[in-house]
Design a protein around this ligand. Structure first.
Ligand SMILES: N[C@@H](CCC[C@H](N)C(=O)O)C(=O)O
Length: 292
């Protein structure tokens, strides 16, 4: 079934952190008022909608009203803007798995050529510009900027209290290194955290160190979503915390998540996240469903 008025849609994931992708290069298909919180929730609904941890709109920065404010002098160097929404309809500053899928989808949709993608481009996000590109082996890397510590906190999860490091990757994280086997935890609830330290909410990572400063396993409860099978910014925050716990300010950490494996390279100046991006389907949204 095809219809002239049916918006194009793709579905994909990065280490099984999955997204509904809406191509909207000229901002004409999904103006802000149309892609509202309620529609994002419906799209991400795993039974009544397509299902996903969030939505990524592929749009040129000039068509995003608040892009100039967040990108400033970088507006001209960021042709594209990753308009990310969490499954509950809220916006986030950054999404490490989403931005790799964003680049992959730009190429798949013919909006960016492969050579430019391999060289890397600057993408606008609500957390500022981020450089992202493809690796020779078909993965994607993103320069996430430096991890910034902003205190120590605790998370109440599954009837236990976990101590953690508050780390900003543009968005807020509490990375909790623990000896408790994270695979055995019930993460169906919302973690309790200090609202003073996290006034805008927080993503909580529960982390087992497999090899000090080199290899970790994590599970994550994301702000605006709940438990997901991966979180790119969370992997960076947890990698940074694992290195700090090993007394190091730099290094490369392998991060195992329920949905696969990511690599996080930390230097004093930046954080490089590398991992896969997968498109699963492409088609169109049914006007009848949209009108419902
Ligand atoms: N899954 C993402 C992070 C998405 C945003 C997060 N839920 C927040 O609200 O900060 C990632 O891969 O980084």
């Amino acid at each position: 079934m095809t219809s002239a008025n049916a918006p194009r849609v793709l579905a994909g994931h990065g280490t099984e952190n999955d997204f509904v992708v809406l191509p909207d290069p000229d901002g004409a298909v999904w103006p802000e008022h149309r892609l509202d919180e309620a529609l994002v929730r419906r799209l991400c609904d795993r039974r009544g909608g397509l299902g996903g941890d969030g939505v990524l709109r592929l749009v040129r920065s000039v068509h995003v009203p608040d892009a100039a404010a967040v990108l400033g002098a970088h507006l001209d160097s960021c042709e594209w803007f990753m308009d990310h929404r969490n499954a509950d309809g809220s916006t986030a500053e950054m999404c490490g798995n989403g931005i790799r899928l964003f680049l992959h989808a730009l190429v798949a949709e013919g909006l960016l050529d492969r050579a430019t993608c391999e060289a890397g481009i600057l993408v606008g996000t609500r957390g500022g510009p981020r450089r992202v590109g493809a690796t020779a082996d078909g993965n994607y890397w993103v320069d996430m900027g430096p991890a910034r510590e902003f205190g120590a906190g605790e998370a109440g999860v599954a009837g236990r209290t976990f101590a953690g490091l508050a780390v900003s990757m543009g968005n807020p994280h509490l990375a909790c290194l623990t000896d408790v086997d994270v695979d055995g935890l019930d993460l169906s609830g919302t973690p309790s955290v200090d609202a003073g330290l996290f006034p805008d909410g927080v993503n909580v990572e529960l982390v087992n160190v497999l090899e000090a400063g080199a290899h970790i396993r994590l599970r994550v409860v994301e702000r605006g979503v709940g438990e997901t099978r991966s979180c790119g910014t969370g992997a960076c925050a947890a990698g940074y915390a694992a290195l700090a716990a090993a007394g190091r300010a730099e290094g490369t950490v392998l991060v195992d998540v329920p949905g696969g494996r990511l690599s996080v390279q930390v230097t004093p100046g930046t954080t490089l996240l590398t991992g896969p991006a997968v498109l699963v389907a492409a088609g169109e949204l049914c006007p009848e469903w949209l009108a419902g």
